[in-house]
Design a protein around this ligand. Structure first.
Ligand SMILES: *Cc1c(COP(=O)(O)O)cnc(C)c1O
Length: 453
């Protein structure tokens, strides 16, 4: 009988994160201070983030030790299983072998606690008592609420309004863990009030919610710091535990991926599954394809420009070198809230620019169709975000069938969709529409960017 699950014992959980910057042939360009346009220093970053996180953001060390207290909390759900998707293979009648890393087993139901726990830990260790952050679909808000509770910290979450209304259950998870969650735009901040005065019906965006959270943290430097669930180097770093485990588990399976796939919002779960495999390309001369999958409605990797841009709508964050649709880009209200972000992290952007990774886009009906197929074969109802990775894996498996050539596919199941059933209701009712911005829409927001490069 074929083995379905590859389970690492707790004592084999990796004890270091992997910093891909150490191995990149061309390093990412530096983040710039929004006012001076000079490269950011550790001191600049420490105003917003915990000292240790600021250091990790700029680090070029190949490995960074995972603190014992973080490892202990990781063990609530880690190591996460690697699963051979045997039933999906059968349904696709493919010669490909398909594996997925199941990150839906965390308390919050996604990969995000992998970085929420160390972020809360490093802030707490420095005496910070309150965290301010934003959340799209609510996955990050729930993850930081869970992690901060463990260290007795307060959390103020700004949740993108469209999700706040569509996803009351994530709000309730945050409340259960004791965080304070408001809809963004809110009247608590100047950025929120400006947006509401301009358009009272504004459904919000991740970029705008970031502006509100950054402003909240900057107003109380004595006890509050900002934290972010994606995009930044230190966030991608923490997620590499996913791929480090998967490397060992693929070895247990006596197999090796030809292609590694992750869905793409700001890049963290993609980096998590992909970077340890890219290390094999850089250091061992392997040629593993690593593929990022974004929604067709928010196509920064496949249709955006490589430019310095802000992480938020109001232009308060550092300027990052990234593939971007422009920080004023308003993506359509698709169900994958976690993928509605205008830009990509700077490491991932540099890797794409240099041809080390690939990017694809998938429309939401194709994605959710793949999600339903996955649910009906493997049983797990995936997060709408994760269905983008599944759709790309299905494309690969069908290509293997057409070509009559086996291959090994690994994708990251970044989360489950038990709190996103509304998306499935819409899909099953045939009510979902696909959205893609026109070239003119993209050119308008990209065209407004200041040309720094
Ligand atoms: C947040 C989220 C994503 C997208 O964020 P990345 O930083 O690109 O990983 C993908 N899947 C799930 C389940 C999420 O919660």
């Amino acid at each position: 009988m074929k083995t379905r699950k590859f389970i690492l014992p707790e004592h084999r959980m990796p004890s270091a994160w992997y910093n891909i910057v150490a191995d990149m042939p061309r390093k990412p360009l530096p983040p710039l201070h929004p006012a001076t346009r000079q490269p950011l220093t550790h001191a600049d970053l420490s105003v917003l983030f915990a000292e240790e996180l600021a250091a990790q953001e700029l680090s070029t060390e190949r490995y960074i030790e995972i603190p014992d207290q973080v490892q202990a909390l990781y063990r609530i759900w880690r190591p996460a299983p690697l699963v051979r998707a045997i039933e999906l293979e059968k349904a696709l009648d493919t010669p490909a072998r398909i594996y997925f890393k199941n990150e839906s087993v965390s308390p919050a139901g996604s990969h995000k606690p992998n970085t929420a726990v160390p972020q809360a830990y490093y802030n707490h260790r420095q005496g910070i008592r309150r965290l301010a952050t934003e959340t799209g679909a609510g996955q990050w808000g729930t993850s930081i609420a869970f992690a901060a509770r463990h260290f007795g910290m307060e959390v103020q979450v700004f949740m993108v309004k469209v999700s706040y209304e569509q996803k009351p259950y994530r709000r309730l998870m945050m409340s259960t863990w004791g965080a304070d969650c408001v809809a963004s735009p809110s009247r608590l901040t100047a950025a929120g009030r400006t947006a509401l005065d301009r358009d009272p019906g504004c459904s919000g965006s991740l970029g705008l919610a970031i502006s509100e959270a950054v402003e909240t943290a900057m107003r109380r430097p004595e006890d509050t710091r900002y934290c972010l669930g994606s995009v930044l180097n230190h966030v991608l770093l923490h997620q590499t535990i996913i791929g480090e485990e998967a490397l060992m588990q693929m070895e247990m399976a006596d197999d090796e991926p030809d292609v590694v796939i992750g869905c793409f919002g700001g890049g963290s779960n993609f980096a998590g599954i992909g970077f340890p495999f890219l290390r094999r390309n850089f250091r061992e001369g392997k040629r593993i394809r690593v593929v990022a999958v974004e929604p067709a409605s928010c196509p920064k990797l496949t249709r955006g420009a490589f430019q310095y841009d802000f992480g938020d709508t109001a232009g308060l964050t550092p300027l990052l070198p990234m593939y971007t649709l422009g920080h004023e880009f308003q993506p359509a209200d698709i169900h994958s809230g976690g993928l509605r972000y205008h830009g990509a992290g700077s490491i991932v952007s540099q890797l794409l620019r240099d041809g080390h990774i690939e990017a694809q886009s998938v429309a939401q009906t194709e994605a959710l169709g793949a999600g339903v197929l996955f649910a009906r074969t493997e049983g797990i109802i995936p997060a709408p975000e994760s269905t983008h990775a599944i759709a790309a894996a299905v494309r690969e498996a069908l290509r293997a069938r057409e070509e009559g050539r086996p291959r090994t596919i690994l994708f990251n199941l970044s989360g489950h969709g038990m709190i996103d059933l509304y998306a499935y209701q819409q899909y099953l009712a045939g009510a979902l529409k696909d959205h893609a911005p026109t070239d003119r829409e993209i050119a308008r927001t990209v065209g407004r960017l200041e040309r720094i490069l």
